[in-house]
Design a protein around this ligand. Sequence first.
Ligand code: BEZ
Length: 217
Amino acid sequence: MVMETETRPVGLPRLNEPAPDFEAVTTQGTLTLADFHGRWLILFSHPADFTPVCTTEFMAFAEIYPDLQARGVDLLGLSIDSVFSHIAWVRNIEEKTGVHIPFPIIADLNKEVASAYGMLMPGESKTETSRCVFFIDPKGTLRAMIYYPLSLGRNMAEILRVIDALQTADAHGVATPANWTPGAKVIVPAPNTQELAEERVKAGYECVDWYLCKKDI
Ligand code: BEZ
């Protein structure tokens, strides 16, 4: 049997299961997962306040915040720092760069949320959460996850692309191909009977063959 340690997650959360519940102290008061019900939520962790890569990421998250809001997406940060540290850091970012941080940040001092979401990689750091991004849909279902190491700042274009792809898949019942961006053709789900395969090639889609067809939306 594997013994659990304080910082070792029981397991990573799983896609298409309910996102782990939480009630957490944040820079905008106590928030629960249920507070975001009915809207998309991006929950992301950073290793520590007052660190260089994290500061560039916070400025970048602030830059895409209006784009996320326009897509019905809320943003919620997290690290294992106190709420006072978070407040001092976001005030410092605004003072030094003019960038206002508009989203709340969880002060996860007891590592409860970090453990539930598998944000701590003990091989990397026992006190700093990795750069994780969780995409949670309006029903509270975990739909996608990104995990990056401490040294690698995240790509905001990819975060927007993931949201766009998930929302497009939900709205149109399609999938999105490699390197898809909004406006590009989407994948028509592959037919699962011989009869549907025959129909598919005559349906007017752009097809490589019966199992790989694309269409505009
Ligand atoms: C950074 O944000 O620069 C950073 C934080 C923790 C470990 C390594 C880098």
